[in-house]
Write a protein that binds this ligand. Structure first.
Ligand code: COA
Length: 248
């Protein structure tokens, strides 16, 4: 496990922390592997009864590392990024997220796979795929309209309009908005509450909540992934991604 993804277990809760603040917790290929490994370990550990995903008090995650996108446009279905998406989509134990500051790209779409999401007042959820010449991923083209309705999903996914914390709460994408300094503690407490509940009942409840969508979700992740990978090699995406890195 690399030090840019930290894990610890306490009170039945595995905490998985994105820890690359200098790059706004942008996720590299190695970090996707570390995240998928952390979720696999949490699934297999009987002492872990819930998982908390977090960044720090200033940033949750700026999405995929843009340099990695440019270096590896050919990434296919066996890529660590897709492995992480399949792993989080299938993850059977309760997942809680603590979100402060920006959650961009996969930093936002991974929240759609969480059962409870606690946001700081400064949190923003941003899905800028189209502006980058790309398409939504992580099953977000299915999960977001299911969660918020087509028109709000279109504003987020097609116009690329960021949702602030209050808008995300209003849309039903987060459970509570809190002062940034309180988010990590409250989210951990809620994960610990889940961890104290009857384990089989909780796990079956999560399975039932997801069961109407699960097969379609895994198919959609594959569909999106194929288009995403194709577009990543196209000039529009390469120009948009390069211009981010070339900022003064
Ligand atoms: N990939 C690689 N590096 C990234 C990154 C990403 N997705 N997001 C941020 N960084 C880097 C910046 O290049 C900068 O590096 P530098 O200090 O070496 O120049 C550093 O992180 C700080 O980012 P900065 O943009 O200066 O911080 P900010 O507070 O002004 O803005 C964000 C934060 C998250 C709003 C902004 O960085 C952003 O929009 N990032 C890109 C998000 C994105 O498009 N992700 C891909 C989605 S598919």
């Amino acid at each position: 496990m690399t030090d840019v993804v930290l894990t610890s277990v306490a009170e039945g809760v595995a905490t998985v922390t994105l820890n690359r603040p200098a790059k706004k917790n942008a996720i590299t290929t190695a970090m996707y592997t570390a995240l998928a490994d952390a979720l696999d370990a949490a699934e297999g550990d009987p002492d872990v009864r819930a998982v908390l995903l977090r960044g720090d008090e200033t940033v949750f995650c700026a999405g995929n590392d843009i340099g990695d996108f440019l270096d590896r446009p050919e990434a296919g279905p066996d890529d660590p990024g897709f492995r992480f998406l399949r792993t989080i989509a299938r993850f059977p134990k309760p997942l809680v997220a603590a979100v402060c500051g920006p959650a961009v790209g996969v930093g936002a779409t991974m929240l759609l796979h969480c059962d409870l999401v606690y946001a700081g007042e400064g949190a923003t959820l941003h899905f800028p795929f189209v502006d980058l010449g790309l398409v939504p991923e992580a099953g977000s083209s299915l999960l977001l309209p299911q969660a918020v309705g087509h028109q709000r999903a279109a504003a987020a996914l097609m116009l690329g309009e960021p949702l602030g914390a209050a808008a995300a709460l209003d849309a039903g994408l987060v459970n509570r908005v809190l002062p940034d300094a309180e988010v990590l503690g409250v989210a951990h407490d809620q994960a610990a509450r889940l961890a104290a509940k009857p384990v089989t009942a909780l796990r079956e409840t999560k399975r039932l909540l997801r069961s109407g969508t699960q097969a379609a979700l895994l198919d959609r992740i594959e569909d999106e992934g194929a288009v995403f990978t194709r577009l990543l090699g196209e000039p529009e995406a390469r120009a948009a991604l390069s211009s981010f890195l070339a900022r003064p």
